[in-house]
Design a protein around this ligand. Structure first.
Ligand SMILES: Nc1ncnc2c1ncn2[C@@H]1O[C@H](COP(=O)(O)OP(=O)(O)O)[C@@H](O)[C@H]1O
Ligand SMILES: [Mg+2]
Length: 300
């Protein structure tokens, strides 16, 4: 049996470089060779191969792609082709799903998993938005492919909607995606799952001024123990999306008195060195589960 070889592209900021070293050491112990730093942004496709630094990437036994911050359209485009030939973590199919809020909500709801109520309509059908606004009272406009809370707009009344419409119409969108605004306590759960197993959890709290929990919107991370309902919801949501690695964002709807999945992230960050000091100690478990997963998926 020839030696197994995998490629990897993992973010280097926020402690990612140290995580990468640990993963490589553990894979090497299992006799799996690793080429790190394969940014497909710098690769070319030529006839039957995708080539990065003279290496045929499609000859690898697996590609572990884990870098949300440096993602480019070109890199994603090549990943799609690559995953037709070799296994990827996450699979391109589930990664692509997780990048789209509507596609994810639709699939989750089809499988009976609670999400925020949503509506998607064609850009010319704005009358739907007016009817739904009457019913919901408050809603959130979301770009379906956003992150970090960017572009989310809370619409609190009919006037805000009327004011917003000309701006949205200018943006040359194909559709509108809106969610019912959930009455919650401005905190969430981020639950990490790898290979169908619970890895760890933390909470985020929105800063006084904002209703969004994202750290990029001023939110702060805190230690938080999940109960079984939260863990099971995260496990079920992950299963439906098909993600090998997922970070599920969950909030508690005070009106409906139930937990709701807000988002399933396909590239959830490891705990940063600062967060580890705070007591978030799931990194090693996450690394071990990822190493097991790579080992299993490359068994010949
Ligand atoms: N339907 C909603 N009701 C209330 N708050 C929401 C709703 N959707 C999102 N939020 C708040 O906005 C934040 C960002 O939303 P999310 O859908 O996770 O988008 P992003 O990908 O930008 O993080 C969430 O963490 C939550 O605090
Ligand atoms: Mg989010």
């Amino acid at each position: 049996m020839s030696k197994r070889k995998i490629g990897m592209w993992l973010y280097q900021n926020g402690g990612g470089d140290e995580i990468q070293k640990k993963i490589i050491t553990k894979l090497n112990e299992r006799d799996i060779a690793v080429t790190p730093g394969i940014n497909l942004r710098d690769a070319v496709a030529k006839n039957s191969h995708i080539i990065w630094e003279d290496k045929k990437v499609d000859k690898l036994d697996l590609f572990f792609s884990y870098n949300a911050g440096e993602q480019t359209q070109y890199q994603v485009y090549l990943s799609k082709a690559l995953n037709r030939i070799i296994p990827m973590i996450n699979s391109f199919e589930s990664f692509e799903l997780s990048e789209d809020k509507f596609q994810t909500s639709y699939l989750l709801r089809q499988h009976g998993i609670q999400t925020a109520d949503y509506k998607l309509c064609h850009r010319d059908d704005t009358h739907h938005l007016k009817t739904i606004m009457k019913k919901w009272n408050k809603m959130v406009y979301k770009p379906t492919d956003g992150w970090g809370g960017v572009g989310l707009t809370k619409i609190e009344n009919q006037e805000t909607l009327d004011m917003l419409m000309p701006f949205l119409n200018q943006m040359d969108l194909r559709y509108f995606y809106v969610e019912k605004f959930i009455d919650y306590d401005n905190t969430d759960y981020r639950v990490d799952i790898v290979d169908g197993q619970f890895v760890g959890c933390y909470g985020r709290k929105a800063s006084g001024a904002d209703w969004r929990t994202n750290v990029t919107s001023g939110g702060s991370v805190f230690m938080r123990e999940p109960n079984d309902d939260v863990i099971n919801l995260a496990l079920n949501a992950t299963k439906v999306t098909g993600l090998d690695i997922a970070g599920v964002d969950i909030i508690y709807d005070r009106k409906k008195e139930e937990y709701v999945v807000l988002e399933v992230n396909g590239i959830p960050a490891f705990a940063t060195p600062e967060q580890e000091k705070m007591g978030l100690d799931f990194n090693n478990k996450k690394i071990d589960l990822i190493v097991d997963l790579i080992d299993r998926k490359t068994k010949k």
